[in-house]
Design a protein around this ligand. Structure first.
Ligand SMILES: [Cu+2]
Length: 184
């Protein structure tokens, strides 16, 4: 049996919408609700031109745990002013998989593993081996060049499977910010 719901729009006769369509809409809303930005992830100190970002690998079960802060495929965007310091407080909270982090250029193609970082020191190290559940590492570097970059997990296959979010180094932004973008 198909459930039909009677919807009346102004100036039109009644429309009939199938239950399947309504379920689809509800599912999309539920997915969008899972990944939300917590403003406490980002701290900015204007005097020292330093942004600190709490970067959690495997925060949720999204993408088999291959996510940062519950986002994958570029859906979370960290923006920092050019020339500022960026500190990533990385922690792996995924009980199943090791993860690592490096900043790489947004060149269109996703590497299958570790590549040289886009900024000096912009890596946790142990890139291919990764850090296991509960382990953490701090990454500190200067965002010298403006442009589009990826915060990328370099454990083999993870980045290509979607474990990356975006870093925008902006020549015009005066303070760091978090935002969302369409998945890539
Ligand atoms: Cu990973």
């Amino acid at each position: 049996m198909r459930s039909l719901i009677n919807v009346t729009l102004p100036g039109m006769g009644p429309l009939f919408v199938t239950g399947a369509l309504l379920l689809g809409a509800a599912r999309t809303e539920a997915q969008a609700a899972i990944a939300t930005i917590d403003p406490a992830w980002l701290r900015a100190d204007v005097a020292s031109k330093t942004a600190e970002f709490k970067l959690v690998a495997g925060l949720t079960e999204l993408n088999g745990g291959m996510n940062f802060n519950g986002f994958s495929r570029g859906a979370l965007v960290v923006t920092v002013p050019q020339g500022g310091n960026l500190v990533l407080h990385f922690k792996n909270q995924d009980p199943n998989l090791p993860h690592s982090v490096e900043i790489i250029p947004d060149s269109g193609a996703l590497p299958s593993g570790a590549v040289p970082p886009a900024f000096e020191h912009a890596t946790t190290g142990r890139l291919e081996q990764g850090f296991s559940a509960g382990q953490s590492a701090d990454v500190r570097f200067v965002a010298r060049k403006a442009g589009a970059f990826l915060i990328f997990c370099a454990v083999t296959g993870h980045g290509a499977a979607g474990m990356w979010i975006r870093l925008t180094v902006s020549a015009t932004a005066d303070k760091p910010a978090l935002g969302t973008a369409a998945e890539h």
